[in-house]
Design a protein around this ligand. Structure first.
Ligand code: ATP
Length: 282
């Protein structure tokens, strides 16, 4: 049996530059992994099928599952005539803007590579991962990176200074497609990615908090007022920086000290069903 951890990511920035001829949006965003992770196990089984098992009822167990897609892709590409059973112990909330499915796919690429001794490098796995989804290449490596293109062109960066991350996911369904469909390129406030990158290089926590920005945040907030309410509550209770991750609906707070993080966390319990307080991954 082989084990892999699949950490969630948050966006410190997310900018949309333009819409491309192929229909995708050209993005520029800084992402980082946090200490909230799914745990995956992999084993070889009789037969030639990929089997997905999970106790989370929101997780599909067929080809819609990104871990299934990742395992099948490697099986086909390397002509693996064996069955694989993948158990997904989900801790990342589903459809949250935290790349849970993409991170599971990335962990599956790493896991199946080890299970069958394929000898692929992380760069090889990133290239294969891009065929599954735009966030998968980042998740293969984790850490902190600025992503361009569809999200697959990565440059690694220093990780944020140590801090607490409090996350709250309201019970609202957000369609990433709908949110991107409402992007109005003429009328939006772009984050300053260069300034955010500098703050990471200087390990300047407070400047990093000031440079957080996501062009999708006002769009999702207009669709779901709960997202705005969570942000306001986090700001009021002492968060140093607050932002929605991805297309939402999860909102996260960055907090320098544990006592303050506890205050933010406690103010959200009862208000929101999924609340977490975790460390940034270094
Ligand atoms: P995105 O922003 O890319 O839409 P997300 O991070 O917001 O993704 P995910 O947790 O990846 O959200 O789930 C999005 C959808 O993908 C879910 O509704 C679920 O049906 C499907 N899905 C596919 N594979 C997985 C997986 N391994 N874990 C959870 N959901 C998965």
């Amino acid at each position: 049996m082989i084990y892999e951890k699949a950490p969630a990511k948050i966006n410190l920035t997310l900018d949309v530059l333009h819409k491309r001829d192929d229909g995708y949006h050209e993005v520029e965003m800084v992402m980082t992994t946090i200490d909230l992770a799914d745990r995956l196990s992999f084993e070889i089984i009789n037969g030639n099928r990929v089997e997905i098992a999970s106790e989370n009822r929101f997780v599909p167990n067929d080809k819609r599952n990104l871990a299934y897609q990742a395992a099948t892709l490697l099986k086909e590409r390397f002509n693996i005539q064996k069955g694989i059973r993948i158990f997904l112990d989900k801790h990342i909330p589903v459809a949250a803007g935290l790349a849970g499915g993409s991170s599971d796919a990335a962990a599956t690429l790493r896991g199946v590579n080890r299970l069958f001794d394929l000898g692929l490098s992380l760069e090889d796995l990133q290239e294969i991962g891009a065929e599954i989804g735009s966030d998968v290449p980042f998740c293969v490596m984790g850490g902190t990176a600025i992503a361009k293109g569809r999200g697959e062109k990565l440059t690694h960066l220093p990780s944020p200074p140590p801090c607490w991350v409090v996350l709250a996911k309201p019970d609202v369904g957000v369609s990433t497609k709908d949110v991107y469909g409402k992007v109005n390129l003429q009328n939006m406030t772009h984050p300053n990615n260069e300034a955010l990158v500098q703050s990471l290089k200087k390990q300047d926590f407070y400047n990093m908090c000031q440079q957080l920005g996501n062009v999708l945040e006002p769009i999702t907030m207009d669709m779901h007022s709960r997202v705005r309410q969570i942000k306001e509550r986090m700001q009021k209770t002492g968060a140093d920086g607050v932002l929605m991750s991805g297309s939402g609906p999860t909102v996260f707070a960055l907090v320098s000290r544990k006592e303050k993080a506890d205050r933010v966390y406690n103010s959200l319990r009862g208000f929101c069903s999924n609340v977490y307080s975790v460390r940034m991954l270094r």
